[in-house]
Write a protein that binds this ligand. Structure first.
Ligand code: MG
Length: 374
């Protein structure tokens, strides 16, 4: 069985923030690999090494994303290798995997392969590696010293798997740690054998802002939602549409404030995120929602959408009303919807029914909405 050390010691020097905690579709970068390890049948315990100032967030992330195998957060050292070394004192399994928290997309099968490569082998460690596609040159002071033989070179990733006693021994023996940028190099430095298995180009390290962009694209999918609502008209002093009060000699009937447009928007949001509809969330049999401000429904729907990791790209709407005349209010409605949904890409169109049907006779007002989520 395998104990895992996930190293989250990065201080974001190349990034302008701590990339291991950066939110990626609703969860921190580090959460992705923790979840993969937590579900992996070969893994028995997971330890997360983080700087003292990150202890709280690290504990939250570990308990949430490695609920069954997360054993604890420990405080790392100054350099990555110090953090690994401290973590080794916690490990009790015969094998230890060391993984960078900023590689969210390693494949679980790769861990199986690393394990197979070590099991019953004389090697001390196994690492995933990929071939290089660019020509690689050794450079000194901006001058090429020589061109290296690309065929012989590999770019090495994590997780790296070791026989625990071999890695502990290597860390104990190596004195000069300069230039040792991964754990396998410690084993190599004391003469241990490290085998290579095929890595994965998707197992990319999130180091720069463009890596984060790439990760986001990889995870991205689009969802579209459609919402519709209709409310009866009665004599009154005005109506709310899109959260904006519109004075008139009519009002809309409804259990809440009867904002027909916001109801359509809520249904579009919930539909896109696969979260049901407004009637399920805010039933009109519930006294709590009598006369309720529908802005509250939108806020709640937005919070639920954000929990799924999606964000609103755009909203388009149509209100169909024979009266009142809505064009003077379109700009205010657009501003209100923009603010509620957190996007500038909002459309508001007002139509009449050309005198046809119940809406055309002024007996009801209806609204349509489509939402695009990413
Ligand atoms: Mg309604």
């Amino acid at each position: 069985m395998i104990d895992v050390l996930v190293v989250a010691g990065g201080r974001g020097r190349r990034f302008g923030g701590k990339k291991q905690w950066f939110p990626l579709k609703g969860k921190p970068v580090a959460a992705y690999s923790l979840e993969l390890f937590d579900r992996h049948p070969l893994v028995s315990s997971i330890y997360l090494g983080a700087p003292e100032e990150d202890r709280k967030i690290a504990e939250e992330v570990l308990s949430r994303h490695a609920p069954s195998k997360g054993r604890g957060v420990y405080v790392g050292g100054k350099e990555r290798c110090d953090t690994v070394e401290r973590g080794l004192s916690l490990v009790s399994a015969p094998f230890v995997a060391v993984h960078d928290a900023v590689r969210p997309f390693f494949s679980p099968e790769m861990l199986d392969e690393l394990y197979r490569a070590l099991l019953g082998s004389e090697a001390a460690g196994a690492v995933p590696a990929v071939a290089l596609h660019d020509t690689v040159k050794e450079v000194y002071d901006n001058i090429v010293v020589r061109t290296l033989d690309r065929e012989k070179l590999r770019a090495v990733q994590t997780p790296q798997l070791f026989k625990t006693e071999e890695l502990v021994r290597a860390y104990r023996m190596v004195r000069d740690r300069r230039g040792l940028t991964d754990d396998a190099s410690f084993v190599e430095a004391v003469g241990g054998k490290v085998v290579v298995v095929e890595g994965d180009s998707k197992n990319r390290k999130i180091t720069r802002a463009e890596d984060l962009e790439w990760a986001l694209c990889r995870l991205s999918s689009l969802r579209v939602g459609l919402g519709y609502d209709i409310h009866r008209v009665r004599p009154g002093d005005g109506m709310k549409l899109g959260g904006v009060w519109i004075p008139a000699d009519i009002s809309l009937e409804g259990h809440s404030d009867a904002d027909v447009l916001l109801h359509a928007v809520v249904d579009a949001l919930l539909g896109a995120a696969g979260l049901g509809d407004i009637g399920e969330l805010f039933p009109d049999t519930d006294e709590r929602f009598r006369g309720a401000d529908s802005i509250m429904f939108v806020r709640k729907a937005m919070a639920l959408v954000r929990e799924t990791g999606f964000e609103v790209v755009s909203l388009d709407t149509v209100v169909v009303a024979q009266r009142p005349r809505l064009s003077p209010y379109k700009a205010a409605i657009k501003r209100s919807l923009s603010e509620l949904l957190g996007t500038e890409a909002v459309g508001v169109k007002a139509k009449t029914r050309e005198g046809l049907d119940a809406v055309g006779r002024g007996e009801a007002v209806e609204a349509f909405a489509t939402v695009l989520l990413r």
